[in-house]
Design a protein around this ligand. Structure first.
Ligand code: UDP
Length: 491
């Protein structure tokens, strides 16, 4: 891939402190290294354990990539060592302290940008200040979005046109204006900061401004997945943007890469590999993969509904599940459920963290039940599998629109209410609703066949996008060329 006759570009990647922002941005950084760019990823010690195995693998393949560890100021902000990320295990009271730690770290990171002298930086959207620092240093800053083009476009339309204010009630549907499709939502399904502006809305404004000051933005997406929204987003924002996905498919071609991904999280959860033997004993396409990402925990009442729905569905399933420590009864229920499922052979529970890429590509998996986290949406498309959509927080409800209404590759469970990632909310989706959606996805007759055909076609497009001449491949080559011209112009 590398052209030895051209000067090597030096880059710094700065991921945010949450698992699902770290994973795709690190995959992206590894792709830049694959294309001959020198890459340094700045991370804290604990967060780096999520991806260090992948970096070691790439370095052993001769790629110019490394991690630069910075110490998280845990003591200064008064939190125990090792709590450096926003994920499912982050205690609520620690959240402002982690933000404070990041604030304290900012000058150190700025200094690193100065001393390491990169030709460009790629930083997470949650580091808007890095646009100004890049300007000061006279280098391009590229902003990484952890979401879809559709979600960012929809959020922009809601911010500008405020259509939800005209809805008669919280459950009345309104159309999101100025989008390529007529997408309907209710007020309750909108993130709180879009319903009525709060501190987070202020942050999102700052982020948007910083995007305008940046060289452009990059997404884990590919053209055929959301082409109209890709074009729309660039038009309304007036910024440059490149879809470089599916990054997981592109960066993790070997089983060793897939297994290394999120390794530290695996240590916290599924330690044994029994799932593989179990899956391999099941017929093709017969197993549901049920997972709600890296940040979610359900209350006991919801776990019970899911367990019954899965058992009653009659389908085999792998369920990535987390206990809610505040409720012992829930833990006991889940353990008994696991025992029962082991005996019947119908279900396999993975505690905490699952090797999602490896599981999804197993022949036995026939569909997902998922929260519509953007990375999982892309990963489901990669393997050509439909999804029962169960949006929870962040921009999940927008992603559901893409999956169900635009691409028609999913069946909604009927979730009605957005909530914060670290809250339970008031909605409990009933076992009948979960069961109905599963039935439509797994036994839906003609509609199911058509849905599976569509998602299989998209899977082919995903693979094409990252091959020589594909849309993401071309984007990557063009972007690197542009960055190289900027460096050469300076010289
Ligand atoms: N993931 C995984 N194992 C798990 C949970 C998540 O490998 O048990 C990975 C998954 O493959 C995806 C990311 O973590 O790449 C989760 O990102 P997503 O956007 O789907 O959801 P979020 O974690 O933001 O809710």
């Amino acid at each position: 891939m590398e052209d030895q006759t051209k000067p090597k570009l030096k880059s710094i990647f700065l991921p945010f402190l949450s698992t699902s922002h770290i994973i795709p941005l690190v995959d992206m950084a590894r792709l830049f290294a694959l294309h001959g760019v020198d890459v340094t990823i700045i991370s804290t010690k604990y967060n780096s354990t999520i991806f260090q195995n992948s970096i070691n693998l790439d370095a052993s393949r001769g790629r110019s990539i490394r991690t630069h560890i910075i110490d998280f100021p845990a003591e200064k902000v008064g939190i125990p060592a090792g709590i450096e990320a926003f994920n499912v295990n982050t205690p609520k009271e620690m959240i402002p302290k982690i933000y404070m730690g990041l604030y304290i770290l900012q000058p150190d990171i700025e200094k690193l940008f100065e001393t390491l002298q990169p030709d460009f930086i790629v930083t997470d959207m949650f580091f808007p200040w890095s646009a100004d620092v890049a300007k000061k240093l006279g280098i391009p800053r590229i902003m990484f979005h952890g979401a879809s083009y559709l979600a960012r476009s929809a959020a922009h339309s809601v911010e500008v046109y405020r259509p939800h204010l005209k809805a008669e009630s919280d459950t009345d549907k309104f159309v999101i204006p100025d989008l390529p499709d007529e997408l309907e939502m209710t007020r309750l399904q909108l993130p709180d900061w879009l319903r009525s502006p709060n501190q987070y809305a202020e942050l999102m404004k700052v982020i948007k401004e910083s995007e305008k000051k940046s060289f452009g933005s990059v997404f884990n997406s590919f053209y055929k997945l959301e082409s109209e929204y890709y074009d729309h987003y660039k038009k309304v924002m007036g910024t440059k943007s490149w879809g470089l996905g599916p990054v997981s498919l592109w960066a993790n071609q070997d089983d060793s890469d897939k297994a290394a991904r999120g390794y530290a999280r695996k240590e916290e959860g599924a330690k044994e590999e029994g799932w593989l033997k179990w899956l391999n004993s099941k017929p093709d396409g017969s197993v549901l993969y049920v997972s709600f990402g890296s940040m979610n925990k359900f209350p006991y009442s919801q776990l019970v509904e899911i367990a019954h729905a899965l058992e009653n569905s009659g389908h085999n399933f792998i369920w990535v599940v987390r206990k809610n420590e505040e409720n012992e009864e829930g833990g006991v229920f889940l353990e008994e459920f696991e025992k029962k499922m082991k005996e019947s052979g119908k279900g396999y529970l993975i505690w905490g963290w699952a090797p999602q890429l490896l599981i999804l590509e197993n022949h036995a998996i026939g569909g997902l039940v998922s929260h519509c986290g953007w990375n999982t949406v892309v990963e489901s498309v990669n393997v050509g599998l439909p999804t029962v959509t169960w949006p929870l927080f962040a921009e999940h409800f927008f992603n559901e629109k893409l999956v169900v209404d635009v691409l028609k590759i999913g069946v909604p469970v009927g979730a009605k209410e957005w909530r914060n990632w670290n809250e339970f909310g008031s909605e409990v989706v009933k076992r009948e609703d979960i069961g109905n959606a599963i039935r439509l996805m797994m036994e839906g007759g003609e509609e199911e066949v058509a849905m599976r055909k569509r998602v299989k076609e998209l899977s082919v497009e995903a693979k094409k996008a990252i091959k020589v001449g594909g849309s993401s491949y071309n984007n990557m080559v063009e972007l690197i060329q542009e960055l190289r011209s900027i460096k050469l112009a300076k010289v």
